[in-house]
Design a protein around this ligand. Structure first.
Ligand SMILES: Nc1ncnc2c1ncn2[C@@H]1O[C@H](COP(=O)(O)OP(=O)(O)OP(=O)(O)O)[C@@H](O)[C@H]1O
Ligand SMILES: [Mg+2]
Length: 266
């Protein structure tokens, strides 16, 4: 059991207020609010098309918001491109896990951040740091010189997360990280997420899976048709209540996604 620290004593590291995003005729997000605090895991849940990936793209600068405010550690910031998110300390692991199969683990970890000494790559130092990171994160990877093509889905996921942690970010966004993983790999991933959380990071984890949410999240934010549809404490909220918020069984009449023609969705 974790010690419960009153959330109000920490300012959120990231706060979204009134975030809206439209793609052509589809209003993907409407007035969305979300807060992430250091040392907590928030699950982002919702049905297919609810706007979860879009919200991650807004935060990571891949698809900037049309309207709304983003605050970082209490101050107003602009995230207009991925570089802005990186510079603040926001790391994202996308579902497709883009990696260079022809490189080994060290090569992938340091991709874009290679260490050199007088113009020559310092392979020895990179290997040392890669080993240290694997050890700190208790990753079960036999050899950092293995090509990533030889890794299992769970090991690839771990290397991808380790790569995103290289710049010491404060917020980690994970889009459906368990989708391709088996039961044991999922449990290793959750151990890793808990370790990262306990080192003070804020983690936003997209998941469809109530079991995953219960296992690793502190709070769950539900999106439905692009709007907030509930924010729950995972430990004290009955699972059925979260599920009805996801499916819309608990909807009020106002929850709908406006389209270009202001059509009201059922
Ligand atoms: N680039 C885009 N162009 C047009 N419409 C888009 C684009 N990206 C997302 N959408 C639309 O925005 C809405 C929200 O999509 P999003 O991918 O955020 O949903 P999601 O909650 O991640 O769903 P899933 O669980 O299926 O991954 C959907 O109606 C989707 O079709
Ligand atoms: Mg998605």
């Amino acid at each position: 059991m974790r010690e419960v620290v009153p959330l109000a004593t920490f300012p959120p590291v990231l706060a979204l207020r009134g975030i809206s995003k439209r793609f052509g005729g589809v209003q993907a997000l409407v007035d969305v609010e979300l807060q992430l605090r250091a040392g907590e895991v928030v699950a982002l849940a919702g049905d297919n098309g609810a706007g979860k990936s879009t919200l991650i793209k807004v935060i990571s600068g891949v698809a900037p918001a049309d309207r709304g405010i983003i605050e970082w550690e209490g101050g107003l910031v602009q995230i207009k491109q991925p570089h802005d998110a990186h510079a603040l300390g926001i790391a994202t692991v996308y579902q497709d896990l883009a990696m260079c199969d022809n490189l080994d683990i060290v090569g992938n970890l340091f991709l874009g951040r290679e260490i050199d000494r007088v113009g020559v790559l310092d392979e020895v130092e990179m290997e040392r740091q890669a080993r240290e990171l694997m050890h700190t994160l208790s990753m079960r990877i036999p050899d950092v010189r293995m090509p990533v093509a030889a890794l299992s889905a769970g090991q690839r996921q771990a290397v991808s997360i380790a790569h995103s942690l290289m710049g010491s970010p404060k917020v980690l966004l994970l889009d459906e990280p368990t989708a391709a993983l088996g039961v044991e790999q999922t449990s290793h991933l959750f151990d890793l997420i808990e370790q990262i959380r306990d080192r003070g990071m804020a983690i936003l984890l997209i998941s469809h899976n109530m079991g995953d949410i219960k296992a690793v999240a502190d709070r769950v934010a539900v999106l439905r048709l692009g709007r907030n549809n509930g924010l729950f404490d995972v430990n004290t909220t009955p699972q059925e209540q979260v599920i009805s918020s996801i499916t819309g069984a608990a909807d009020n009449a106002k929850t709908h996604r406006p389209t270009g023609d202001d059509e009201v969705w059922p």
